[in-house]
Design a protein around this ligand. Structure first.
Ligand code: COA
Length: 322
């Protein structure tokens, strides 16, 4: 798998077509779909070898595209993947190394990335996985399917939530402003939600968030970031919100996005890369779900029906009668 991390050199040229301030998810979405053009002889979705080939290519190459998307937006040279590094170490290497500057990967940071990637790898029929399956059910190639998953993950109600949570911490600004911000969240007319809280499925604590909460505290302790004002604000916000009647009554607890954003921030990963890292993790789940679906020879196109709830038939005078 490590050998497959490298991209066809031609792909470098794609990046120049994007504006420098492009969100990495846009680059990822487009470039992953375009990867299919390099494997036109291996795109038979009825062929098990082709399917596994594509799955491996996607898992190996999505991190490289994501890291290059980041390098492109900050104007730094692309860093090529290193085969002898682990999956997580290689991601940190491609993000933070620079030509001429030796970069050694901190094992504590690599472990934290590992945990985030594992906990985000798959999560049954979330919006992006369903998008991958829906597109896959049409017989579209796996690169296009994963690109659809990336598009779905991009939205703030799904994968963009950890980035949105961090934006929210910045917006709150300081600990003193937390009560006023929570008052706005509780006011239904404001349209403001507490990002990183609540989950469609977990109406109680999300078990993944417990693990990430532990990792978060390990990372800030290891890096000596206890006094970082933003991380401190987040800890205080978590405390106040989890003791607040509004959130207790509705069983709203911090979700994975609350902590994953904080860990990534502590690791020095730029905010714009948060969702892209989620996409790296979820690619494993997407391709596994796609492989499972496509091996069923009786698979049919997914075609949800729509229930009409509009007007019942009305008698309308014809134009001549009016
Ligand atoms: C995840 C999320 C989309 C789930 O939404 P949902 O399943 O549709 O939840 P509901 O809208 O049914 O919420 C139930 C109640 O809790 C409230 N609520 C849910 N999440 C809330 C939040 N983050 N902040 C404030 N109130 C929230 C709703 O307003 C609703 O209140 P009501 O009963 O008085 O009308 C939602 O919790 C949310 O927007 N969270 C913030 C974004 C986020 O962190 N997403 C990542 C999820 S992993």
């Amino acid at each position: 798998m490590a050998e497959l991390r490298i991209l066809n050199e031609q792909i470098r040229n794609f990046f120049n077509g994007f504006r420098r301030d492009t969100h990495p998810m846009a680059i990822l979405c487009g470039t992953v779909a375009a990867l299919s053009t390099f494997y036109t002889d291996e795109l038979d979705t009825n062929n098990q070898d082709h399917r596994e080939f594509a799955a491996r290519q996607l898992i190996a190459k999505v991190p490289t595209i994501a890291a290059w998307a980041y390098k492109y937006t900050v104007g730094e040279p692309f860093i090529y993947p290193e085969e002898e590094l682990s999956f997580s170490e290689n991601i940190l290497h491609m993000l933070f190394a620079r030509p001429g500057r030796r970069y050694s990967v901190n094992p504590v940071l690599a472990r934290a990335i590992d945990r985030i990637l594992m906990l985000h790898a798959d999560h049954e029929q979330n919006a992006s996985t369903t998008a991958v399956r829906l597109v896959g059910s049409t017989g579209a190639n796996p690169f296009a399917c994963v690109s659809a998953g990336i598009a779905a993950l991009w939205g703030p109600a799904h994968g963009g939530a950890n980035e949105a949570a961090l934006d929210m911490f910045h917006q709150i600004g300081s600990k003193e402003n937390i009560p006023a911000f929570l008052a706005k969240v509780k006011d239904k007319t404001s349209g403001i939600r507490l990002m990183g809280f609540g989950h469609r499925i977990y109406r109680n604590v999300d078990p993944r968030s417990k693990l990430l909460r532990t990792s978060f505290h390990e990372v800030i302790e290891t890096l000596g970031l206890e006094r970082d004002p933003l991380l401190d604000l987040a800890i205080e916000l978590e405390r106040i919100a989890t003791e607040d009647e509004y959130f207790i009554k509705r069983k709203l607890y911090p979700n994975v996005d609350f902590y994953s954003g904080l860990i990534l921030k502590a690791l020095g990963i730029p905010t714009s890369m948060f969702t892209a890292l989620f996409a790296i993790a979820r690619t494993t789940g997407w391709v596994s779900q796609w492989l499972e679906m496509t091996k069923n020879p009786n698979g049919r196109i997914m075609r949800p029906r729509q229930i009409y709830t509009g007007e019942a038939p009305r008698s309308v005078p014809s134009m001549d009668e009016r």
